[in-house]
Ligand binder design. Structure first.
Ligand code: GTR
Length: 411
């Protein structure tokens, strides 16, 4: 592909509703062979598996095998963190396969209580130490994308970026609401660059294999895999209620959260914050970022088979509303931002709406209005949606809504 910078890609993307192509959305309640699905049993035995298989083989890619945690190393545990209101743990998960090793660290804050607690888990973009001012959070040595405004040069994280993303993680609000928060630096699982010689992928290579096969995992599936391994750890940690773990992610990490929730049914709920193309937004609308753009700018995110749909979205036998439907009947929250046109807010809303018939099979309430809600007016059912004012970001408003919704549907 010719390289297109994100700025120029955004410039010539379609943002005109009248230029959205006409398209027919596949019916989540009709099998690829045209059989109507009338109940949750048939959904689970026939339709859900074929959809999951399609997304696995043609979009995110298959994980080529199983790998258990080799060892859990509690690097540090403090009974009194965040001014005494929380317990803090930094837990290192180590993986070994084919003579190679990978480890990643989960930073966990839990409210102080005797009970096991529900938890939000999500990745961060620039290291665990960015989400809090807490000076005891260890700085990752993994490769990071340069970001001079955070003092990140030479792909190394330093003390200078401590606390720079506190605005995106309302740790105090989360703890005060009785939830724990676990975060992981995504670069420890797979550095976000078009290079399959690093991160988790090589641990699965056979002989002199250099990269995944065309149906095998890109980076989004690799990051999702990491979340599932974190879940393996939560199952072992008595302070965490593993039946109440909500996976959260923003943007590319929102795509990751959706895929983690779809592919691993142990997650009790999913929050997609501004996930856009390849996440909650319908591909067939070709609004903002498209299948072509995303594979062009980020060739490593999806499996190679997904390239068959570049400028060919009409050939897709699925769309992203069916990714959301794979999460049913578990609660899912899709959120957009008004100025984040690149992520196609309307396409995100429509996905939530068109996933609703699958939730209805379980007697769960999805999105019941066909028009998008007003700005900053969340609709919170088992399927929830909001569009807030502002840009592509995670804000206190977003977290306030997620907490309120999770208190109702998860806690
Ligand atoms: C953009 C990309 C989006 C979204 C975003 C992000 O460059 O085009 O798909 O993932 O990055 O992750 O912030």
């Amino acid at each position: 592909f010719a390289f297109l910078s994100n700025a120029s890609a955004q410039f010539d993307a379609n943002y005109d509703e009248s230029k959205v192509p006409e398209f027919k959305l596949p019916d989540p309640l009709k099998t690829f062979n045209g059989k109507k699905i009338r109940n949750s049993k048939k959904w689970e035995s026939r339709r859900r598996p074929e959809l999951l298989n399609f997304f696995t083989q043609n979009m995110y890619g298959e994980v080529p095998g199983k790998l258990e945690i080799s060892s859990v190393d509690i690097q540090e545990e403090r009974k009194s963190a965040l001014n005494g209101k929380a317990v803090r743990k930094q837990v290192d998960l180590v993986f070994k396969n084919h003579g190679k090793t990978l480890d990643f660290t989960i930073l966990i804050y839990l409210p102080k209580t005797e009970e096991s607690v529900p938890l939000f888990v999500g990745y961060n973009f620039f290291g665990n130490h960015t989400i809090t001012e807490d000076v005891d959070v260890v700085i990752s040595e993994a490769w990071a994308r340069n970001n001079p405004s955070f003092g990140i040069i030479n792909n190394q994280l330093t003390e200078q970026s401590r606390g720079v993303r506190t605005n995106r993680w309302c740790v105090d609000k989360i703890i005060d609401a009785g939830f724990g928060l676990a975060v992981i630096y995504y670069g420890e699982v797979d550095p976000d660059k078009d290079d399959f010689s690093d991160g988790i992928h090589p641990l699965f290579y056979i002989d002199d294999q250099q990269q995944p096969a065309a149906n095998e995992w890109g980076s989004i599936a690799a990051w999702s895999w990491g979340l599932s391994r974190a879940m393996d750890y939560f199952e072992r940690d008595e302070d965490i209620d593993e039946s109440k773990v909500v996976v959260f992610g923003h943007s590319r990490l929102g795509k990751t959260a959706l895929w983690a929730g779809a592919s691993d049914e142990r997650f009790a709920g999913v929050i997609s914050n501004n996930s856009g193309c390849g996440g909650a937004a319908l591909s067939k609308r070709r609004f903002g970022e498209t299948v072509w753009r995303i594979n062009n700018s980020f060739p490593h995110w999806f499996c190679k088979n997904f390239r068959n749909y570049i400028k060919n979205e009409e050939a897709l036998p699925v769309d992203q509303h069916e990714l959301i439907a794979l999460i049913a009947p578990r609660p899912v929250y899709i959120a957009s931002a008004e100025e984040d046109k690149w992520s196609d807010p309307k396409g995100e809303f429509l996905s939530a709406l068109y996933a609703t018939p699958v939730y209805n099979l379980y007697g769960k309430k999805g999105i019941q209005q066909t028009e998008m809600p007003e700005l900053n007016q969340p609709v919170q059912n088992t399927v929830a949606y909001h569009i807030r004012t502002g840009e592509h970001d995670v804000t206190a408003f977003d977290w306030e809504q997620y907490i309120k919704w999770a208190q109702k549907f998860i806690q």
